[in-house]
Design a protein. Structure first.
Length: 380
């Protein structure tokens, strides 16, 4: 099975420094270095498409631009790249969301993937008018996905649930293809929703042993419902021709973290109700020391950024080896990013992907590119 790689659209702004934010914390000032204009995001999308990425994740929340609107516009400046649109089920009716997804598929030629984000921060959810607690939000997400999936199958839906109610809901035109649902979460409530409704379970970049535990957990839950899922991981990357050059870049990024900014971000993230965010914070404990938590796995990003806080750092060969290590656990999809996103897409796309192609683990979505990519030598 060929590995699948997705890139990231920084709708919170981009920079040669880390742009913080997420999980209830605002984007840091560095996000103003390269504002998230349609022109710039389209430049990243076209680069990712040419390099062989299958899709691009677009985040959701008060810290960034709206994912639906932004990707709809960027899609008009790209041809093949899919858009992994993050959205929160509590902010829109399930019938309207199913209709939006169906429209997106028709207008883009089937280039929509959905990243369902239940929302782990009550204080941010309340700003949008959502006053449910965390467990109730997950129960609502389950009802939401039940309705949406039935609508996508062309069914007429009547549901009087705990949180959602629809009567005679139906789509006049179903999406073709049906968008795949990506879902992450580390709490028991999240695991149950993933097992029942997700196509791909996403985890943040924890050390391999912890990732293996998550995969086994979700596989067991899914089997109880007679289902099987694919698995993906969300990571940043810093890959260079040599290991020394990659770690020098990580050190440069770390040197740009103002201590007051680190303190403020960590204080904000400490309020998070997300189990996944708690696990990210535990990897570094707010300290700049001991940030390489597994060979080539660096927790420095999480000092100033919520959500995904780890990066693969090393030579192209080393990063390829770590990807193989995660793949051996059952990870088939990698959702990656790097600062700045345009340049780092090329570092990874021209440095790591050809090595994986040479090992038979990846092929360019445009098949004619595969043979040429595989000819790149392994030497760093």
């Amino acid at each position: 099975m060929s590995l699948t790689f997705h890139w990231f659209l920084p709708t919170n702004g981009d920079s040669r420094h880390v742009v913080g934010g997420g999980h209830g914390t605002p984007a840091t000032a560095s996000g103003q270095d390269r504002p998230p204009t349609v022109a710039y995001l389209s430049q990243i999308a076209r680069a990712a498409e040419d390099l062989g990425f299958a899709g691009a994740l677009t985040p959701t929340g008060a810290w960034c631009e709206d994912a639906w609107l932004t990707t709809a516009m960027v899609s008009q400046h790209s041809e093949r790249l899919k858009f992994l649109v993050a959205f929160r089920p509590g902010f829109v009716s399930p019938t309207l969301a199913a209709q939006m997804a169906s429209t997106f598929q028709r207008q883009t030629g089937g280039r929509l993937l959905l990243n369902v984000v239940t929302g782990g921060e009550s204080h941010e959810q309340r700003a949008y008018g959502d006053f449910l607690d965390k467990d109730a939000r997950y129960r609502r997400t389950g009802e939401f996905l039940h309705i949406v999936r039935d609508l996508w199958e062309g069914k007429s839906v009547d549901l009087h649930g705990e949180h959602l109610r629809v009567e005679e809901a139906r789509l006049s035109r179903v999406p073709d293809p049906v968008p795949e649902v990506y879902f992450g979460g580390s709490s028991p409530a999240a695991g149950e929703v993933a097992a029942r409704y997700a196509d791909v379970y996403l985890t943040w970049g924890e050390p391999p042993a912890q990732v293996a535990e998550k995969i086994a957990w979700i596989r067991r839950l899914a089997a109880e419902h007679g289902r099987t899922l694919r698995f993906g991981i969300r990571l940043h990357v810093i890959t260079r021709d040599t290991s020394a050059a990659a770690w020098a870049e990580a050190d440069r990024l770390l040197a740009g973290f103002d201590q007051e900014t680190v303190r403020a971000v960590q204080a904000g993230l400490s309020r998070s109700e997300s189990e996944g965010q708690r696990r990210m914070l535990a990897l570094h404990g707010g300290s700049r020391d001991g940030l390489e938590i597994h060979p080539n796995l660096w927790a420095g990003i999480g000092l100033v950024r919520g959500g995904a806080g780890t990066a693969l750092v090393g030579s192209h060969d080393e990063v390829a080896e770590r990807i193989e290590e995660y793949h051996a656990l059952g990870i088939d999809e990698f959702v990656l990013s790097g600062y700045p996103h345009l340049e780092e897409a090329y570092w990874f796309g021209e440095g790591v992907l050809p090595r994986l192609a040479g090992r038979g683990l990846w092929h360019h979505p445009d098949d004619g590119r595969t043979a040429a990519a595989a000819q790149v030598p392994f030497a760093s």
